[in-house]
Design a protein around this ligand. Structure first.
Ligand code: ADP
Ligand code: MG
Length: 400
């Protein structure tokens, strides 16, 4: 069922509560990277250009004690937003009460207000009460009372049931997705629920244990699953191959065997690896086929694997990628991830989707993100979505 989107709403003259993801890196009051604020602009602009009053809520970091609060104030975010929108933004340094209510009453159509960090509600009088992150029913109800409609554009917290997403939504007649959220639902939701075939999943990253849910869910849906990254070597061990000093989860070898049996030829393992004697960029490294020799660890997939993967990918209509192919943070072990990323960029008839925190960082760092159809904005949320779980933040959005 399609979800209601902000463009389905008549926002003119309305107080539009908006849950955005302004959870930016911040140190000593200075914002490190404002990507998330920039990403929220289309939905904010849509609301104010159509005569709505935008009341923005977001969490910022984790507030567990009173002393966490000053360093996690939303004030610098409100200032940056004002610069980006090139118009004044009202900042209210509280999350409830008369000051907030008066400021909202004073808004004109097209104005923007930013409320203080929603997680300030997690600590009251020095006590860690988790009103926001525990979805306190009174808090959701109170915040809902401040607006006429609710727009949720914070995909990054969609896997959590918090007062500022699920709590507000359950007290509103209508909740709509913002444009960012809509794109995540279209691409990730579309791939998981109704993919165009051939559907190929590329799964890598560090550990099998992090990705069991994703492997299980996608085994049932994808035509092929290409495995890369550190988890490869637990599968190698399960096949009785030598793995040298490569990353392995000994307690997951039996599980890897079960997955291999179940998957048959649907699951494709790398045939070669880049190996080194140390987890270090500045040591000698070489390509080996099959077994990893004693004293070596595998840190990337090799060129034959890349070519085999490309052969599978070339006809794909849907590709979901989670987990880098190697230790992309070190230039000598980034080649596999880079080559796969570049190849995906050439697949113009395919939907190419990247989810996962490090995977997103990898395609951005390697400069291939622009060529792909969708780069997810939520690490944990995209993983749970790929696992086929219902995300409470999305479930709480109204159907069209
Ligand atoms: P995501 O955050 O996208 O879900 P993961 O957290 O599962 O991805 O995995 C990312 C990490 O996996 C990276 O830090 C990368 O260095 C590591 N990694 C990839 N291949 C290997 C390998 N062969 N050995 C050890 N670590 C690896
Ligand atoms: Mg990660």
């Amino acid at each position: 069922m399609a979800k209601l989107t902000v463009s389905d709403l008549d926002v003119k003259g309305k107080k539009v509560l908006m849950r955005v993801d302004f959870n930016v890196p911040i140190k000593d009051g200075v914002i490190g990277n404002d990507n998330r604020i920039v990403a929220a602009l289309p939905t904010i602009k849509y609301v104010i250009e159509n005569g709505g009053k935008a009341i923005l809520l977001s969490h910022l970091g984790r507030v567990k004690k009173e002393e966490d609060k000053p360093g996690l104030s939303m004030r610098p975010v409100a200032e940056r937003l004002s610069n980006l929108l090139n118009k004044p933004v009202t900042f209210v340094p509280t999350t409830e009460g008369k000051q907030l209510e008066d400021a909202i009453d004073g808004l004109n159509d097209g104005d923007v207000l930013v409320m203080e960090n929603t997680r300030y509600e997690d600590v009251k009088d020095g006590e860690y009460v988790k009103r926001e992150s525990g979805n306190d029913p009174e808090l959701g109800k109170y915040w809902a009372s401040l607006g006429d409609v609710f727009v949720n554009d914070a995909f990054g917290t969609a896997h959590r049931s918090h007062a500022s997403n699920v709590g507000i939504a359950s007290n509103m007649a209508q909740t709509a997705a913002g444009f960012l959220m809509e794109k995540e639902i279209t691409f990730i939701g579309g791939a998981v629920d109704n993919p165009e075939h051939p559907f190929v999943a590329i799964l890598g990253g560090a550990k099998v244990s992090d990705k069991i849910g994703v492997i299980d869910n996608l085994l049932a849906k994808a035509d092929k699953i290409l495995i890369g990254g550190g988890m490869t070597y637990t599968f190698y061990a399960a096949k009785g191959m030598k793995i040298g000093n490569s990353l392995v989860e000994s307690d997951k070898i039996d599980l890897a065997k079960e997955i291999l049996d179940k998957a048959g030829d649907k699951l494709v393992l790398p045939v070669d690896s880049i190996v080194a004697e140390k987890f270090d960029n500045d040591v000698a490294h070489k390509t080996v086929e099959g077994d990893i020799p004693d004293g070596y660890m595998a840190l990337d997939i090799g060129p034959k694997s890349v070519a085999e993967f490309e052969d599978v990918l070339k006809d794909a209509k849907t590709v979901v990628w989670n987990g880098p192919m190697g230790v992309f943070e070190m230039s000598n072990y980034a080649e596999g991830t880079l080559e796969i990323g570049k190849f995906l960029g050439t697949l113009k008839d395919a939907k190419t989707i990247v989810g996962g925190g490090d995977s997103t960082a990898a395609v951005q760092q390697l400069g291939v993100a622009d060529q792909l159809s969708h780069i997810s904005t939520g690490g944990g949320a995209s993983l749970e979505y790929l696992e086929g779980k219902t995300l409470p933040g999305i479930a709480a959005i109204s159907d069209k």
